[in-house]
Design a protein around this ligand. Structure first.
Ligand SMILES: N[C@@H](CCC(=O)N[C@@H](CS)C(=O)NCC(=O)O)C(=O)O
Length: 283
């Protein structure tokens, strides 16, 4: 059951915020949806956007400026929250890069976390929910995201290319097993066994991928991003794409930082990339 929290007319379509009881998380969850005007006449292609550390279901809709072009193209945009809220796990609010606001789009296995921190399965639950309740063309779904959400988008698409036909990212955490954010999250949620980590590491998954995304993959990265050297490792993902023969467009932009001014500058390119990819015939 979807509960409509608020709605706002926007570019001829409507910006909505919903709440629902999540089966996978075991708690209420919130997400946002931009419905383009075309959704009033039938099913439309949809893009899931996964946000980064400290963000909520509102951040992208408020800051990225995606609605104007999504309305033009007839793309639905769906943005979930970044973690469970109110799970009550000890220490979950103590740091901004682990726990609340930092679910890392994985299913935790460690005691305390395993019950509610199931963001990987939650994104699939949300996909099923919107396909059932909203005018979504289930054969035309893409995914993109930023930073922790870029990691989420790449790993979700690599694990389920049948569900997510197109994928792109802004400044993704591209090799989480190697960087402090990823090591902290994977150790806390998954434990010490690195074999468990590999299933949520985009560069490792890419290196083993056999079926390239027909539309390629688009990644934008700012060169003024203070997290680039220590946390993001786009070069590891680039090398993995090369070895797997996956076409990748990795654009490095002088002067841009990690934030939403960077994202809003390039959002239109991502929306058009997905729109075109989702109109390609299914391979
Ligand atoms: N809190 C961190 C920054 C966290 C951060 O940059 N979060 C990114 C995602 S990884 C974000 O999108 N923040 C929300 C925003 O910019 O509105 C710090 O102080 O350095």
């Amino acid at each position: 059951m979807l509960e409509l929290v608020s709605e706002h007319a926007c570019y001829g379509g409507v910006q909505r915020f919903y709440r629902h009881d999540s089966r996978e998380i075991g708690l209420p969850m919130r997400f946002s949806v931009f419905m383009p005007p075309q959704a009033g006449h039938g099913a439309v292609p949809a893009l899931f956007y996964l946000a980064g550390l400290t963000c909520t279901e509102e951040t992208f809709m408020i800051k990225a400026g995606a609605q104007r072009v999504a309305a033009e193209l007839g793309l639905m945009l769906i943005a979930p929250d970044t973690s469970p809220r109110g799970a009550g796990v000890e220490g979950e609010s103590e740091s901004w890069d682990f726990g609340v606001g930092a679910g890392f789009y994985l299913d935790a296995t460690q005691p305390g976390w395993a019950k509610h921190y199931r963001m990987y399965s939650y994104i699939h639950e949300l996909h099923e929910l919107v396909a059932r309740e909203l005018p979504v063309d289930a054969s035309r779904i893409g995914i993109f995201g930023h930073s922790m959400g870029g990691h989420g988008a790449l790993t979700m698409a690599l694990k389920r290319p049948d569900v997510f036909r197109t994928v792109s990212a802004f400044a993704p955490i591209a090799a989480p097993s190697k960087c402090p954010w990823g090591v902290k999250a994977f150790t806390g949620y998954l434990g010490e066994d690195k074999a468990e980590w590999a299933q949520y590491d985009a560069s490792m998954l890419m290196a083993q991928s056999k079926t390239p995304f027909p539309a390629g993959i688009l990644i934008d990265q700012g060169l003024g991003d203070k997290f680039l050297q220590e946390q993001l490792y786009p070069q590891a993902f680039e090398a993995a794409c090369m070895s797997a023969e996956q076409p990748l467009t990795l654009r490095r932009h002088e002067g841009y930082d990690h934030g939403y001014y960077f994202i809003s500058t390039f959002i239109e390119d991502h929306l058009r990339f997905h729109y075109e990819g989702l109109t390609l015939p299914v391979a």
